[in-house]
Design a protein around this ligand. Structure first.
Ligand code: ASN
Length: 295
């Protein structure tokens, strides 16, 4: 890891905290062990720890904790360490670590539109701060930041597949000159907690943001299913067991407020800002799928 990346990462974290505090967010301490975590059906290996007569998951995302936390405070965020045991081949994509940090945030009673706008303003603020405080580091890296002009363009999942093929993320990102939103994922493409649009069955009120210049996915989020009967239906539709998600269902039966939010990967954000090839360069102690490290 280069010194310039250490400084840029630190400025990114500080800028995000400052922006979110100004918007009325409070920071939660992260959760690392959890009885229930994000299903992430496409990353199949589970990281489990045995303690006190039960198994605990190493957190894959704080999604359910975020939904629970907005009962207490309307706007929350956390720098959440996530463990996702990706296949070893993913060590070469430049975008995967099996331990990474996402800035995971959630807003009570918010719509997808509101969190998208917040995401745009957050990126703008971070970029400004990095430009002000890291001009020397950017020069050392030979990087000039691409301009950000919100609102960013949007494309639906269906349009993205038509124009760029079923695996659209890479081609779309290489063709883009500005960050671009992908919205309206179909039900089966995502996890059960993204909210189905009540007026368009089968379509979710969710989104991804894709970086330009081939840097790929930036963030992922959406509105949430919060009613117990809807959550139950969605869990079953994905062939998952109700028993595994009992803690979430119990919370929803007590009452979860509607909410929306997203998570933005810190290492990927810094990789994009710094214009480096691999997220490994953003961590002093990177955890690259398939690789062993000494420290
Ligand atoms: N953080 C994401 C979200 O808020 C979930 C994830 O990381 N899978 O939707």
């Amino acid at each position: 890891m280069r010194k310039s990346l250490l400084k840029i990462t630190s400025v990114v974290l500080g800028a995000a905290r400052e922006f979110l505090a100004r918007q009325g967010f409070v920071e939660l301490l992260p959760v690392i062990l959890a009885p229930v975590t994000d299903p992430l059906r496409h990353t199949t290996d589970r990281a489990l720890v045995k303690a006190y007569g039960r198994e605990w998951h190493l957190t894959r995302s704080m999604i359910f904790h975020k939904q629970a936390a907005v009962r207490l405070w309307p706007r929350i965020f956390s720098f959440s360490p996530n463990i996702r045991l990706e296949p070893a081949e993913r060590g070469r994509t430049g975008r995967h670590l099996f331990e990474f940090v996402q800035l995971d945030l959630e807003m009570r009673e918010a719509s997808r539109e509101q969190v998208m706008e917040l995401g745009e303003q957050l990126l703008l603020f971070i970029f400004k701060q990095v430009e002000e405080e890291c001009s020397q580091e950017l020069a050392e890296l030979g990087r000039s930041l691409p301009p950000l002009n919100p609102p960013f363009p949007r494309i639906t999942y269906q349009q993205a597949q038509q124009e760029y093929g079923p695996e659209f993320e890479g081609p779309l990102s290489r063709a883009a000159s500005t960050p671009i939103w992908v919205v309206d994922f179909p039900l089966q493409a995502r996890e059960f907690y993204d909210r189905e649009d009540p007026t368009r069955p089968g379509i979710l009120l969710d989104m991804d943001l894709i970086y330009p210049q081939g840097f790929g996915e930036a963030l992922s989020g959406g509105e949430r299913e919060h009613q117990p009967e809807r959550i139950r239906k969605r869990i079953l539709a994905q062939g998952l067991s109700l028993r595994a998600y009992r803690p979430l269902l119990s919370l929803a039966e007590e009452g979860l407020p509607p909410s929306a939010g997203f998570g933005i990967g810190i290492e990927r954000l810094v990789r994009f800002i710094a214009g480096v090839d691999h997220v490994r360069e953003v961590r002093l102690f990177p955890r690259v799928p398939g690789e062993v490290s000494l420290l």
